[in-house]
Write a protein that binds this ligand. Structure first.
Ligand SMILES: [Zn+2]
Length: 300
């Protein structure tokens, strides 16, 4: 009798676990998409358009968590594991998600943004530069891939995703043209970053020369005073009138650089690298428009 009861308890526990797993994977039968960072989440929402309600879409790095300091919770691991589509950057900061992604769904898909760029990925500090979303050209490529994959998972709405993607791509292209117009009429084509440097893709697209306090985005090392003096000399040489910092900068390096220039009278502009945003308040195109306004000041 005892043995029968324990078998029964075991059976009930397994049944409960299985039902938990089912509700987890398909809450109300919707397919789920997990995006590691904000840009791909925003692109996906734009491509889904009116159909967004028919999916469960989540973003792992929300609420201002910095990309480079992200530590997944147990809940994050479950979210990744039970998704039908996982869209991630694929660099040092979120490349680990593919190891966690062991979903049971046979249709499950992975989109590694860096991989889709192939040779278009920039090398930096003997590593690949993962800040691929800061190029409007790259964004167009990513949207096309996302739209195509959504159409495979949900063929009934593939045409709509394609149309939405085309409309969004037009906006990306229009903004890109505005960037090019600003660069074409700029007084100079030099940017001085008294900061980390996640904007290599944008500078490549626009043919801009960047002098930077750090070679990449890592701030593990201290920038030397010597480097600050070198940046000040670049500013004097190129006639730059504004120093660039990135979001969340304390601007101390910028002040040091400015105090070493001849005029000591430069403004500071901020470019948003979207490495720690709150998705609810953000919009990729609006952020890139604001970045254009900052660029306009920095190049004139
Ligand atoms: Zn970074």
């Amino acid at each position: 009798m005892k043995r029968l009861i324990s078998i029964l308890i075991c059976f009930i526990m397994i049944a409960v676990l299985v039902s938990c797993r089912v509700t987890n994977t398909s809450d109300t039968g919707k397919k789920s998409i997990v995006c590691t960072t904000f840009p791909q989440y925003d692109w996906t929402m734009n491509i889904l358009g009116d159909k967004a309600d028919e999916w469960n879409i989540s973003i792992l790095l929300d609420g201002g968590t910095d990309l480079h300091n992200f530590q997944p919770s147990a809940e994050d691991i479950i979210t990744i594991n039970t998704s039908d589509l996982l869209i991630y950057v694929g660099g040092g900061s979120d490349g680990w998600v593919e190891d966690v992604f062991k979903t049971n769904s046979a249709d499950a898909e992975l989109i590694n943004l860096m991989q889709t760029l192939g040779d278009g990925v920039l090398e930096r500090d003997r590593d690949y530069d993962e800040h691929v979303w800061l190029s409007l050209e790259n964004a167009e490529e990513f949207c096309e891939v996302i739209s195509y994959r959504l159409g495979i998972i949900d063929p009934d709405n593939a045409a709509e995703y394609n149309r939405n993607c085309d409309a969004y791509t037009e906006k990306l292209e229009a903004l890109e043209e505005r960037y090019e117009a600003v660069v074409d009429t700029a007084k100079h084509k030099t940017l001085v970053f008294a900061d980390r440097y996640p904007f290599a893709y944008l500078c490549r697209d626009l043919g801009l020369t960047a002098h930077t306090a750090f070679s990449g985005c890592s701030a593990d090392t201290e920038a030397s005073f010597e480097r600050m003096v070198e940046l000040a000399a670049e500013i004097d040489g190129a006639g730059v009138s504004a120093v660039v910092v990135i979001d969340s900068s304390d601007r101390k390096l910028a002040q040091t650089v400015i105090s070493n220039t001849k005029t000591k009278n430069l403004s500071t502009v901020e470019l948003n690298s979207m490495q720690s945003v709150i998705a609810e308040d953000a919009d990729y195109l609006s952020i890139m428009e604001k970045n254009l306004d900052a660029l306009k000041i920095a190049l004139n």
